[in-house]
Design a protein around this ligand. Sequence first.
Ligand SMILES: Nc1ncnc2c1ncn2[C@@H]1O[C@H](COP(=O)(O)OP(=O)(O)O)[C@@H](O)[C@H]1O
Ligand SMILES: [Mg+2]
Length: 434
Amino acid sequence: MFNVILRLIATGAYFLGVAMITRLIVGADFAIVVVIASALFMVGFHAISAYRLKNWMNDLRLDNAPELSGWWDELGSRIYRNLKTYHRQQQLLSNSLLAFRNAAQALPDGVITINKENQINWCNETAEAQLGLRSPRDNGQVITNLIRDPDFVAFIKAKSTEKSALIKSPKNSRQILALQRVNYGEDQMLILTRDVTDREKLEHMRRDFVANVSHELKTPLTVLLGFLETVQEIDLPPEQEKKYLTLMLEQGGRMRTLIDDLLTLSSLEANISTGNDETIFCDKLMDRLKTDALALSDGHHKIQFEVTPNLNLRGREAEITSAFSNLISNAVRYTPEGGAISVKWFTAENGDLHFDVKDSGIGILPLHIPRLTERFYRVDRSRSRETGGTGLGLAIVKHVLTRHNGQLEIKSEFGYGSTFSAVLPASRRAPASN
Ligand SMILES: Nc1ncnc2c1ncn2[C@@H]1O[C@H](COP(=O)(O)OP(=O)(O)O)[C@@H](O)[C@H]1O
Ligand SMILES: [Mg+2]
């Protein structure tokens, strides 16, 4: 204010000075003209400066600042400085907002922010993919109008109680999402979504597995206890008693086989080593397998072995023996009397090592084939049990082969027979024994 008064006094003194000097030099009349001209010039200068400043005010761009002088320049510079500070703060703010959004975008979980009217403020790409939303297209929409799944709607509406829920993804019914709600600010809500399909599948498998094991053990145990009670309560003739004892032994044996298979499988799954890789001399291994196959078949099948001599393998002998004999025992058990079984051990053209077991048995319908290596999966439960199967054999085979970098290939024609091939890579070949 003091500054302005000073300037006004200076301007007045200037005009008075000009008037007095002009009057002294060229007389009073001309002095009036000069003073009026100076005043007009002054007014013009101020009008132009004010006009430039007003024009700048329209967009207030930093690169568009007008050139001003005198008092107007001071004013312009002050506005310029304030504007610059404001722009810098704006930039900082938008940078940190961007950083937050980028961080939320990079989260492996879905993030949605909604307001108290359940309208979407923002969501990240994961949430878009999991819930079929699109941001910014859906920003401002009421979320329950877009996702109408009743569980989801109930979750959103249950404002204060339910904090988490499981729903099926509206985009893919096989995907299971865990939802979590976090309230913040004034009636703002953050919804986090996480894909828990694998976790749920595992949990399901675990429950199935426990139920299966209990069931498999309970059946022979019930039979065993039934016989025991009979033997204890009734005086049976010795022959009958012997028969019962034999049946009891059979059931006990079934339980032991199941537990053995379970232990094998669990140590394979836990990746517990059953020894180091060693050279497996396959001539001897095939001899042993043949003897076992003949004993198991007991003359009911034509069994043929075609073995490439001296074709040895590097691996864990106990595991490989168990896998190969599982395939042979299946062939024997699922091939009716009089059928043919042929076993081949050879190198394929690409160098892979093949252990093929071909049978002329009952065969398998294509729909079952992809599931055969699941634990306890059987095409025909009663046939498997009657022949002493546990439903774990092919699961063990698959694990053993995977641990040896190999795989199981199954070809089958329903009613005509099957070929199970254990394929191992050439890198598993061990040198011939001289
Ligand atoms: N050679 C085969 N021919 C026909 N079906 C087979 C053969 N091998 C396996 N299967 C089918 O695959 C199922 C799973 O096999 P596996 O895991 O060895 O269990 P199991 O103890 O029942 O033999 C069997 O129950 C049977 O239905
Ligand atoms: Mg089996």
